[in-house]
Each structure stands twice: as structure tokens, then as C-alpha cells.
Ligand binder design. Structure first.
Ligand code: PGA
Length: 250
């Protein structure tokens, strides 16, 4: 299994100056983080500046979204080539906020995944059920539908490069994280599904958890067999909190 991945999803927060200040401080403390790979996903406007600062450190950067075409008449969009140019190793795709507010469906997310992989950007593919779906016992069906449709026509070699983020929608930004047992149950299901879709990759696929991850719950989450990291929103905006999350194993 590769090192766990702890990724910061800043969403639509921090201007360039605030991003620079965070990274300058975090870069120093990040030298102490040995047991996890760190990725920061700032807004597009900060990518280039953040990329300059992280050079020579163990921090990687990622984007929060991208278009699937390399270039062209797509006003307001950002292409995978532009993300590479700005230094991105990762891109978050299919986040529930994109699905909910920007009508992204599995078919579109599948196109974005294929494009990211073609351009050597490692996708973090988000899946997760809504509260109502959980209450109606549809969690596994929802995850299965999202995963199988998003991974359509993606071969085994490419699938190996994808990190899956399980983010129950009811846990995002609510302060109500899934219990470690609830998360583990779904992570195990996802691993099982991956081994049906592709032989022999599931043991090496990182399945990370997202949804109200905080310094005080990360350890219990990471103690689960099938949780290989975290995608952190709100708590990644403060250096101290994010550092504590990244140092969960100390
Ligand atoms: P949260 O967000 O940590 O603020 O719940 C997680 C996410 O949306 O990726």
C-alpha cells in the first residue's frame, strides 16, 4: 500500500496572499511529517504561487476541478494542460459540491477522469451518499453506481493511479463525521468493488475519507483497516489544525 494521502481541499477560500502565508509556514512544519503524503488543493488563482513555494518540499499540489478538453472555446474553464503547467500532481473530481451545484454527473466525471489520466494528473475521485439515501439503505447502491459509471472505459493501469475519496454528503462541512465504523464499512465495500472491476489493484488503491475530519477524529479514522488517508475541507484552512491532522501517527 502506498503512503496514506492527506489532502487539503480549500474550496473557494484564501486569496493569493493568504495562500502564500499558509504555505510558507506549513512548509517548515511539514518536514516533520514522514508517514503521509501531503497534497494542498488551493483555488486556481493560487496554484502558481503555491507551486513556487513548495519546490523542494514534500508537499504536492492539486486542483479542485478541471475541464476534460486540452484547450478551446470553453469560457471560464481550466484545462488539464493548464493544471500541469501550474504544477498540479492531483485533481479532485466529482466532489459532491460539483455534483450538487454544478450538475456534474457520472458521465461528465468519467470524461474528466480519462482526460486527467491522459495528462498524467492523479485524480482524487469523490463518491458519497446523501443523508436521505443512507436513511433509505441505498448507500451501497449509490456508491456502486457512482464508481462503476465514473470508471467506465478506464483500464487497469490507469485505474491504479486513481485515489477514491469516500465523502458522505451528510458529513461534509456539518461537523458530523461518519463514525470510523461507518466509514470503514463503506471503504471495505469500495475495495471489494474495485477488486471485482479490476483484478489485483484494490490492495494498492488509496481509499481516503472526507467529511468533517478534524484533529480530534483523524486518529480513530486512520486506525481502520481500509482508510488510507483523508480529504480535509474546513480543518485544512488553519495551519495548526491541518498540521495536527497530517501528524496523526505521532
Ligand atoms: P469538510 O469538507 O472537511 O469541511 O467536511 C470535506 C470536503 O468537502 O472535501
Amino acid at each position: 500500500m502506498p503512503k496514506p494521502l492527506i489532502a487539503a481541499n480549500w474550496k473557494m477560500n484564501k486569496n493569493i496572499e493568504e495562500s502564500i502565508s499558509f504555505i510558507n509556514n506549513f512548509k517548515n512544519s511539514s518536514k516533520k511529517i514522514k508517514n503521509a503524503e501531503i497534497a494542498i488543493c488551493p483555488p486556481f488563482t493560487s496554484l502558481n504561487e503555491v507551486n513556487k513555494i513548495i519546490k523542494g518540499s514534500n508537499i504536492k499540489i492539486g486542483a479542485q476541478n478541471m475541464h476534460y478538453e486540452d484547450n478551446g472555446a470553453f469560457t471560464g474553464e481550466i484545462s488539464p494542460l493548464m493544471l500541469k503547467d501550474a504544477g498540479c500532481d492531483y485533481v479532485i473530481l466529482g466532489h459532491s459540491e460539483r455534483r450538487e451545484y454544478f450538475n456534474e454527473d457520472n458521465q461528465l466525471i468519467n470524461k474528466k477522469l480519462i482526460s486527467a489520466l491522459k495528462n498524467n494528473i492523479n485524480p482524487i475521485l469523490c463518491v458519497g451518499e446523501k443523508l436521505e439515501q443512507r436513511e433509505n439503505n441505498q448507500t451501497f447502491d449509490v456508491i456502486k453506481g457512482q464508481l462503476t459509471n465514473c470508471l467506465k472505459n478506464i483500464n487497469k493501469e490507469d485505474a491504479k493511479k486513481i485515489t477514491i475519496a469516500y465523502e458522505p454528503v451528510w458529513a461534509i462541512g456539518t461537523g458530523k463525521n461518519a463514525t470510523p465504523e461507518q466509514a470503514e464499512e463503506v471503504h471495505k465495500f469500495i475495495r471489494g468493488l474495485l477488486s471485482k472491476l479490476y483484478s489485483n489493484i484494490s490492495e494498492n488503491t488509496r481509499i481516503i475519507y472526507g467529511g468533517s475530519v478534524k484533529p480530534n477524529n483523524i486518529k480513530d479514522l486512520m486506525n481502520q483497516d481500509n482508510i488510507d488517508g483523508a480529504l480535509v475541507g474546513g480543518a485544512s484552512l488553519k495551519e495548526e489544525d491541518f498540521f495536527q491532522i497530517c501528524s496523526y501517527s505521532d
